[in-house]
Design a protein around this ligand. Structure first.
Ligand code: C2E
Ligand code: CA
Ligand code: CA
Length: 870
């Protein structure tokens, strides 16, 4: 191959250009030139060496061949120093031995061989396989010349041959290294257009120089020994060196494989750790649940996308924040307490991982609103070994929470007024009672309110109006109490207010007055002006209550007192009210015994046809003479029996007595056959499933025709329980029993309603009859009821006739039947018997013409009055 004239423009074709493109394509012109120079120098050195050897005696070539062979073998087995890039080339020992023993040509070829084998091992590129041996051979040519020069100088200086050779070898060895590596590094620097600093060069050659020096020294010693003991030493030394190399290589190889094994393990562990970290990061980043990592002290280190989305804030706004600052202020304290108790805060940092806690709380959402989340917090070891961190997992439970709080709201609120309901009130009151028990200064008061005019509105204007009234009252109550007071609707028209943090009783009373005042202002319902009005009972915690029930009971009692005292007022509970209740309870017990022991009696008040005047029938009225208290008004004990659930037994008893009595009279006097017995039944009786059976049974037992029994139901009761009443009434009417509507005119049912009611007679309430004298209005009402009743085919009975004038008026109007003290007071059965015998045979006129019969009747009445307290 011929180098081109101008190596800077080599790519114009030709063999060189192709060769350059194939092997030196990455060599810029300067590097190419340098490479060519080195190759030429190497080739020249090699040519010179070969030429010198050719001229020698063939026998002297054997040691050269053996030497080159040794170098070749040794170059194939470099000893790599573990954990470094450095190798120990034993071949150098042979090379310097060859230089000293066989001369420069052999040494040049030996470095050429070593260089070639070395680059064949380490590089695939022809350029390197040429440049390395060339650099070595050229350097060796310079070294060999220096060696023989030095040898002369040193010998001349008086050193022995052996010492001079040793010294000269040690001197040229660094030169050899310096030149070889220096030229190769220069080539690389030029190729990569880098500058080559002395320092780089020194760093690179330092180790090689040391090794080469050692090799030269050993070579010198071997040479020295060989001079004294003959060339066999060379063989021994060669064998020794190879054995040494072999053993070292084996042991180093073992060490190396062990090291590699260990490194592989470490690598594997590292890879696993990296993978695990990557998996963690992926799980963290892509988790659908919001996650944040924070230091135990609180600062947020990392958040995932779901977390940012959940809180509606960018990552930058979250990182570095104290985690607790992301929570709703109302829940932060609870969160910190939980964290402390679970040992997850700074103080608990000695504790191991695995501690965790979960809770539901509110977070501050980015839009300023609040957000309910389920939070789970646990401790974990940072995979990067940076201690322990806390990981928070959050998911949105706002919608569930909303549904729950709606349910909670429904469970604790009255749907009509949206006030708290009874259950809610009870719960809060329970807590207040417990608090006051522990600390008497935690004073509270409870107001119990009952609307004075709700029933009237409800009955006269309808349910819708009633509801409107309740809603308006609720609003007024809520607006006149303090924000922390609890207003509740307990049911119907009953409200209660719990006042907490009360400094004194006066404050409670003032609030009660304010409430009353708020309810005394009129409101318009369906165009009608209505004043709701209320009676308020109030009680205070100072009485040392132990249960919410007791508090409510007393406030309720006080409210009854307020009602009894004339409505529209506040009554403060006192213990006398409890005494009244106790008394009532005792009376109730006595009544129960009285009913059981048959201590009650029945009085019979006759009813008369007014024109002509003759007996129509009786009204059976229960009587109770208490052994200690004397006569008790039916208004009292009937109410008591109704409240305590004894009314059914009482009704049955009165029915039984009165039917038995009627049967007796009918048997005694055939004229009494057509008389009818009126028996009062209460609202609770109408709801009984067995009333029909009981009535049927008693009629049968006493042999009384069903049409001789009239059951009286007050208008109020009937209107209150219309649905149940209608069913029971229908079944009894099928069997022939008659019904009368009692106290008509007091129950707010409209006259128009009368036509639809399944009744046979109407009893006009005595208040209208008694009021006839004082106002024309009452007369008109009586007339209207009479006319309507008659036109509907109902019998009309006027109650409470006390004066002859009333009787006269009623007669003039055409009222067919009457009842009242003027006609007869309620009488004992035996008194009635006499009276009956008289009036059935000789009709009497009560007040109009006091005939003897009437006087007798009057006497009988006098007896009756003494016996029967009304
Ligand atoms: P009521 O059904 O309206 O009975 C008539 C009441 O008026 C009786 O009062 C009677 O004594 C009274 N009375 C009769 N004529 C006159 C009069 O001219 N002037 C005045 N001022 N009063 C008169 P009593 O007996 O006190 O009964 C009161 C109420 O007790 C009754 O009113 C009735 O609702 C109830 N009652 C009485 N006995 C029974 C009973 O056995 N069962 C039920 N469920 N209720 C009863
Ligand atoms: Ca009655
Ligand atoms: Ca009545």
């Amino acid at each position: 191959m011929t180098p081109p004239d101008n190596p800077q423009e080599p790519a114009t074709g030709g063999a060189w250009a192709r060769w350059h493109a194939a092997h030196l394509h990455d060599y810029p012109p300067a590097a190419t030139r340098l490479w060519l120079l080195m190759a030429a120098a190497g080739l020249a050195a090699m040519a010179w060496a070969l030429a010198s050897l050719r001229g020698q005696d063939p026998t002297t070539l054997w040691p050269v061949a053996a030497g080159l062979g040794l170098v070749a073998v040794a170059a194939m087995f470099p000893v790599q120093i573990p954990r470094t890039k450095h190798t120990v080339l034993v071949a150098d020992v042979f090379i310097f031995t060859i230089l000293a023993a066989l001369g420069a040509p052999a040494a040049i070829l030996a470095v050429g061989v070593e260089g070639l084998i070395g680059t064949v091992r380490t590089s695939k590129r022809l350029s390197s396989r040429v440049s390395s041996p060339s650099a070595a051979m050229a350097s060796m040519a310079v070294c060999a010349a220096s060696y023989s020069g030095l040898l002369h100088v040193l010998r001349a200086a008086g050193l022995s041959d052996e010492v001079a050779a040793l010294a000269a070898l040690c001197m040229v060895a660094p030169l050899q290294v310096a030149l070889t590596t220096g030229s190769l590094m220069r080539l690389m620097a030029v190729k990569h257009a880098r500058s080559l600093s002395l320092r780089d060069w020194f760093d690179a050659v330092c180790w090689i120089v040391a090794m080469t020096l050692a090799a030269a020294f050993v070579a010198g010693l071997v040479q020295l020994t060989a001079r004294h003991s003959g060339p066999a030493v060379l063989l021994v030394a060669a064998g020794l060196v190879f054995a040494l190399v072999l053993l070292t290589r084996i042991s180093l190889a073992r060490l190396e494989s062990e090291r590699q094994g260990q490194e592989a393990k470490v690598d594997e562990a590292q890879r696993e750790a990296e993978l695990s970290q990557q998996r963690f990061t992926a799980a963290f980043t892509h988790a659908a649940i919001g996650m944040a990592i924070a230091r135990p002290a609180g600062a947020v280190l990392q958040v995932n996308q779901a977390f940012c989305t959940l809180l509606g804030r960018p990552e930058s706004a979250l990182l570095g924040q104290a985690f607790v600052s992301l929570l709703h202020p109302g829940d932060a304290a609870q969160f910190q307490r939980q964290a402390r108790e679970s040992g997850l805060t700074r103080n608990g940092s000695e504790a191991g991982p695995g501690q965790a806690f979960s809770m539901e709380l509110r977070c501050n959402a980015g839009d300023g609103g609040e957000l309910w989340v389920a939070l789970h917090c646990s401790r974990f070891d940072d995979p990067g070994g940076r201690g322990q961190h806390l990981i928070y997992q959050l998911h949105d439970i706002s919608s569930r929470h909303l549904a729950e709080s709606r349910l909670q709201h429904i469970a604790y609120h009255d749907s009509l007024t949206d006030l708290a309901n009874r259950a809610c009130f009870h719960e809060r009151l329970d807590a207040a009672v417990a608090a006051a028990q522990g600390d008497a200064t935690q004073r509270y008061a409870v107001m119990f309110l009952d609307l004075d005019r709700f029933k009237i509105v409800n009955d006269s204007l309808g349910h819708v109006a009633g509801n409107e009234l309740l809603r308006e009252v609720a609003q007024r109550l809520a607006s006149c109490v303090r924000p922390n007071d609890l207003v509740a609707r307990l049911g119907g028209d009953e409200f209660a207010i719990l006042l907490e943090d009360l400094h004194d009783a006066d404050a409670g009373m003032r609030l009660a007055e304010r409430v009353l005042q708020a309810l005394s202002l009129p409101m318009s319902i369906n165009g009608t002006e209505v004043v709701p009005g209320a009676s308020v009972g109030i009680t205070f915690s100072d009485l040392g209550y132990r249960s919410a029930e007791d508090v409510l009971r007393d406030a309720d009692l006080a409210m009854y007192r307020a009602k009894a005292e004339g409505r529209g007022r506040v009554a403060l509970f006192d213990n006398s009210m409890l005494e009244q209740v106790a008394e009532k309870l005792a009376l109730e017990a006595d009544l129960r015994h009285a009913i059981g022991e048959g201590a009650l009696s029945v009085a019979y008040q006759p009813l008369y046809f007014l024109q002509p005047y003759r007996p129509y029938g009786f009204e059976a009225l229960a009587r109770w003479i208490h052994p200690q208290r004397g006569p008790i008004s039916p208004a009292v004990f009937i109410t008591l029996a109704e409240e305590s659930g004894h009314i059914e037994v009482l009704t049955d008893w009165v029915l039984d007595q009165s039917l038995a009595q009627l049967a007796r009279w009918q048997r005694q006097m055939p004229e009494a056959d057509g008389l009818t017995m009126h028996v009062n039944i209460s609202g609770r009786d109408l709801a009984r499933s067995d009333l029909v059976a009981v009535v049927e049974h008693l009629l049968q037992r006493h042999g009384v025709a069903a049409h001789c029994l009239t059951l009286e139901i007050t208008e109020t009761t009937l209107m209150q329980r219309l649905d149940v009443a209608l069913q029971t009434m229908a079944r009894l009417r099928e069997r022939g029993v008659l019904f009368s509507i009692d106290d008509f005119g007091t129950g707010y049912s409209s006259l128009a309603y009368l036509s639809t009611l399944p009744i046979d007679s109407i009893k006009i309430d005595r208040s209208f009859v008694m009021g006839m004298e004082s106002g024309a209005q009452n007369v008109e009402i009586v007339r209207a009821v009479l006319n309507l009743g008659l036109s509907l085919g109902r019998k009309v009975i006027a109650e409470g006739i006390e004066t002859p004038e009333q009787l006269a008026t009623l007669r003039s109007m055409g009222v067919p039947i009457g009842q009242g003290y003027l006609l007869s007071r309620p009488l004992k059965a035996e008194q009635v018997t006499g009276l009956l015998a008289l009036s059935l045979t000789t009709p009497a006129e009560p007040a109009v013409s006091p005939e003897p019969a009437a006087i007798e009747v009057a006497d009988a009445r006098a007896t009756a009055n003494a016996a029967v307290a009304v």
